[in-house]
Design a binder for this molecule. Sequence first.
Ligand SMILES: [Fe+2]
Length: 209
Amino acid sequence: MTGPEWAVELAGRLPQSWRDVVSPPPDVAAEVEGYLVAAPPDVLDESHLAALVEHVAADDALWAPLVIADPARRRYRLAYEDERLDLWVLSWMPGQGTGFHDHGTSAVALTAVQGSVRERRLNAAVGPVGQLLEPGEIRTGRGGYIHAVEHDTGLPAVTIHAYSPPLLEVGQYRASSDGLLWRELQHGRQELLDHTFDVASAHAGVTHS
Ligand SMILES: [Fe+2]
């Protein structure tokens, strides 16, 4: 499997193949599949996604094999997928973050299992508002949920994310050179890296809590 053009480019810069990124360990996938037998047959809502990430977080045999400490770039590995959802383990090193984005029509649940990340959401009145996500905490959002996530503590910080329907598209929020906000549609499995929104809002004096 060669994957899409951007995936080939990504694989070329990483000491692993795109096949590795999107190939869950069989024992991990089998365990999650067994857990999901009792889940709805179609799209999972926020509560079901939260229960799933809580279940996976409670057993480090399910996520620890997918952790990668890479100072060069944020790593993400697929832990499970079916027609209803996909489940990812993300590893964050200092300085690594996503920039603001949404998840298209997918609902999301995320939790931390090692270290912590800072999640920021956009308050229309005051701008970005940050909140740490630490082990034992779960954050959820329905389709259209907008946030940015970045490393806080841990080498690496490790988070678990579930999306339903599967994350096929994301909207990355960018600021053009004249400061206007726009949404760039990207494939859901493309690495999010754009921070132009933060740069532009910092110039405007918006607080980044
Ligand atoms: Fe996200």
